[in-house]
Design a protein around this ligand. Structure first.
Ligand SMILES: [Zn+2]
Length: 683
């Protein structure tokens, strides 16, 4: 008999964790979870000319760039100082640890798809440093540990004192997400052990009969849910639920000092603490906080089986999508609080933080996994193709924190920010894009996004199916989906028919098409036209699938004019252009230096064509519009002019200038524009 050595035990333990890991690959180590499972991004290889180059730039340029920035700006040094390896004061904001965590998460995802020993070694070194900065009981927050007597501004004089402003738990949440990603990428527990030690300390500290307080910036809930999935420790989900349930109740701890800029706003609304989460029905406050909270509520609802949470986030979704979302999928219109305004308050100088767009994507993906309704993917797709990827330049080295729909010029991407939440958030989102393409249940395979790709998917646990997509999406609506099961298999293929192809740009009517389009989507099965039932936005094709079966979609992609609900004052009398999932904008560089004076009459003839040489290869729109000019008698009149529009996500890659998504439809709708310019404070 072999004597069991500590190494063997450790291995057994790793195997147990690996079994838990099996969940995300389609296993069942966790009892309850979303009724639909996402198909992990490691199972889907995107080979298209849209996402694949962006993911490659992220891997080759942005991740190393962000790691370098973390070093240059003292973010990594803070861990060295906390570990006692370096002298000096804490540098930067109290939540700067998270920028290191987020890049580790993105780099780990990247490692899963592209093994890279040099990058892995860099991560190993960072993780050693993080471990060394952790206090013996598991507390990990360099903003305090570097010099507990003089913690970073806003960290509070002692642990948890300003929990609503300190970001101690926000830091933990991002650390948990990064640790889980690193574990899944490498099978190594080095970072996971640090995370578990921290989470166990939180479990010991907070709870109904312990400390009652809330994290001022939600995120720990999502992190705890992920940690639960790989460890099986249900206490983590209970703790996430506890933090959510404490909102709207009296807490320990302290609010921000009165001179904080947040004093301008209702602090409890700012952090969604104004009423219990189950009673919240309008999205208020800081948009990233809200999005992370709603995503966390979805996780807790799915993992713990709490239908009342689902009801609450369904209500909030109706509000956001129906009254508070930009055409680009961005959310958060007020700069001063980086947050939501009143219903229909959607100025085009929009704050629309990149992180809030990412949060909106995370939340809508989770709602799809709960409900199996394509309307959530409609929102997800709108965010992904527009207001999210606008956050990073084509070269992967410049970033937007705010994503306005209108600029008077002077508004440019930056290489980094003092508050640098957005760039590293992009680094972790992009590698995960393939994970949004499919979803699966025991008997249904959902096709949510369209991109040339190859995937290996287990439908119903056993039926291995190769799925190949061939398409030029988002530039062309022709999509071929090859279904190749290893063995003949019965299941339903649920193919999303995008809302915009069913004359519904957004699910709740906040935006509608002003023009008519009677071209219908055509679906063919092995070259024969079929008319499968459409339910919840999916064409359901149920049959016995055999290798070589091909489903073809022809989704018409005419240029469409979009108008907003009349209660959106800022878009009154205006139209925007959309083609397929892509929202367009006019930039000064293409329009004689000016974009804000363009008038786009409803009868202006427009055509689109592909420009392989422009901003990485995009479809552009060309036509004849008009400008307002003063006539001799001082009256405004319209004069014809050439007009060019490019995809919104690609703006600000060719120098400075005006930009607009919305165009007055008539001379009467022309008014002074207040687009975002140089003055651009970041909280
Ligand atoms: Zn951000």
């Amino acid at each position: 008999m072999t004597k069991r050595t500590p190494v063997t035990s450790a291995r057994l333990c790793l195997f147990a964790l690996a079994a838990a890991f099996a969940f995300s690959q389609g296993g069942s180590a966790v009892k309850k979870d979303y009724p639909i499972r996402p198909v992990d991004f490691t199972k889907v290889q995107i080979t298209d000319t849209f996402w694949a180059p962006k993911m490659k730039t992220n891997r080759i340029v942005t991740i190393p760039f962000a790691m370098k920035k973390n070093e240059e700006t003292g973010r990594v040094d803070n861990f060295r100082k906390a570990a006692g390896l370096m002298k000096g004061a804490y540098q930067g904001k109290r939540y700067n640890d998270t920028d290191v965590y987020k890049v580790i998460e993105g780099a780990s995802y990247s490692l899963l798809l592209h093994p890279n020993p040099t990058l892995k070694k860099e991560l190993d070194d960072l993780i050693k440093l993080i471990g060394a900065a952790q206090e013996p009981d598991g507390y990990l927050y360099t903003a305090r540990t570097v010099d507990p007597k003089n913690p970073a501004p806003g960290a509070g004089p002692e642990r948890w004192y300003y929990l609503r402003g300190s970001h101690e738990l926000y830091n933990s949440g991002h650390m948990f997400e990064a640790a889980v990603a690193h574990y899944l990428a490498t099978g190594e527990k080095s970072f996971l052990e640090i995370a578990v030690k921290n989470a166990d300390m939180l479990v010991r500290t907070f709870g109904p009969d312990k400390r009652r307080d809330i994290p001022g910036h939600q995120e720990v809930e999502i992190g705890l849910a992920k940690l639960y999935r790989v460890t099986g420790n249900a206490k983590y989900v209970e703790l996430a639920k506890f933090f959510l349930d404490q909102r709207g109740l009296p807490h320990e701890g302290h609010l921000y000092p009165g001179d904080s800029p947040f004093a301008l706003y209702n602090q409890t609304e700012y952090m969604q603490d104004h009423k219990p989460v189950l009673e919240q029905d309008e999205a208020v406050g800081h948009a990233v906080r809200a999005m992370y909270m709603y995503a966390g509520m979805a996780d807790v609802a799915a993992l713990g089986g709490y239908p009342e949470y689902v009801k609450a986030i369904d209500r909030l979704w109706e509000n956001v999508v129906g009254k508070k979302m930009y055409l680009t999928g961005g959310v958060g219109s007020r700069g001063i609080v980086e947050g939501f305004g009143e219903n229909y308050e959607l100025p085009n100088s929009a704050y629309a933080e990149t992180c809030a767009a990412i949060g909106n994507a995370l939340w809508n993906q989770r709602l799809f996994l709960l409900h199996g309704d394509a309307k959530y993917i409609d929102v997800l797709e709108r965010v992904m193709y527009n207001g999210l990827i606008s956050g990073v330049s084509l070269d992967g080295m410049l970033f937007f924190y705010q994503n306005p729909l209108e600029s008077v010029g002077g508004y440019l991407r930056s290489p980094w920010f003092e508050v640098a939440c957005c760039p590293p958030n992009v680094t972790r989102f992009l590698p995960s894009v393939p994970g949004y393409v499919y979803g699966v249940t025991e008997d249904t395979l959902y096709v949510n996004l369209f991109a040339s790709s190859t995937a290996k998917i287990g439908v119903g646990g056993k039926k291995d199916v190769e799925v190949i997509q061939v398409t030029r999406y988002p530039w062309d609506g022709s999509v071929k989906i090859g279904i190749n099961p290893v063995r003949v298999a019965d299941f339903t293929l649920a193919v999303r028919i995008p809302g915009w192809a069913r004359n519904e740009p957004v699910p709740n009517g906040l935006y509608r098409f002003a023009d008519k389009n009677d071209q219908a989507v055509a679906i063919r099965l092995n070259n024969k036209l079929v008319t499968p039932p459409i339910e919840k936005g999916y064409a359901l094709i149920k049959r016995t699938w055999r290798t070589g079966d091909i489903v073809s979609l022809s989704i018409p992609m005419p240029i469409r004019r979009v108008v907003a609900d009349e209660r959106v004052k800022d878009d009154a009398g205006m139209a925007a252009l959309q083609r397929g999932p892509i929202v367009f904008c006019a930039e000064g560089v293409d329009n004689g230096g000016e974009a804000l004076d363009i008038v786009l009459p409803d009868d202006a003839k427009l055509q689109s064509f592909f420009r392989p040489d422009l901003v990485g290869g995009v479809e552009i729109i060309r036509g004849q519009a008009a400008s307002v000019v003063k006539s001799k008698d001082g009256k405004n009149e319209l004069r014809k002019r050439a007009f060019y529009a490019v995809p919104y996500f690609a703006w600000a890659n060719r120098g400075d200038g005006e930009m607009t998504v919305w165009f007055p439809r008539t001379e009467a709708a022309v008014r002074p524009r207040k687009g975002r310019g140089k003055v651009d404070p970041v909280l």
